[in-house]
Design a protein around this ligand. Structure first.
Ligand SMILES: O=c1ccn([C@H]2C[C@H](O)[C@@H](CO)O2)c(=O)[nH]1
Ligand SMILES: [Zn+2]
Length: 131
């Protein structure tokens, strides 16, 4: 199964009774294993979590901390862009050139990278003095 198909499949499990906007995400770890996540909303709206965050949590829980590929899908007019927080979360475990496939349930796709999604990212180097 392709990474996009995995994202499409897990999207069916999304819990989105407030926005009615279901999102599915699948990431491939360096081992080759695929981890899936869907958005999980809450009546206390800010407590909801994004699909990407769920997939990352599943990867880390399985003992992996390096991702090599990402796919995200939603029923949106155009390929759904990850929110700012998810861009930072993806950057934590991927590289600037890590491929990210954004897709719609209608079949549109946009191939991008973590670096394109989050240029000028904050990373651990910014916490080190260089002198
Ligand atoms: O990339 C995205 C963008 C939005 N959402 C979720 C959060 C919320 O449940 C719903 C509407 O913002 O979509 C994601 O899971 N991933
Ligand atoms: Zn997000």
């Amino acid at each position: 199964m392709s990474l996009l198909d995995a994202a499409r499949e897990v999207r069916d499990s999304a819990y989105a009774p407030y926005s009615h906007f279901k999102v599915g995400a699948a990431i491939r770890g360096a081992s080759g294993a695929v981890y899936r996540g869907c958005n999980v909303e809450n009546v206390a709206y800010p407590e909801g979590t994004c699909a990407e965050a769920g997939a990352i949590a599943a990867m880390v829980a399985a003992g992996e901390t390096e991702l090599v590929e990402v796919a995200v899908i939603a029923d949106s007019p155009g390929p759904v862009p990850p929110c700012g927080g998810c861009r930072q979360k993806l950057a934590e475990f991927g590289r600037a050139d890590t491929p990210v496939l954004l897709a719609t349930t209608g079949g549109a796709t946009l191939a991008t990278t973590i670096g394109e999604l989050l240029p000028g990212r904050f990373d651990s180097g910014h916490m080190s003095k260089t002198s």
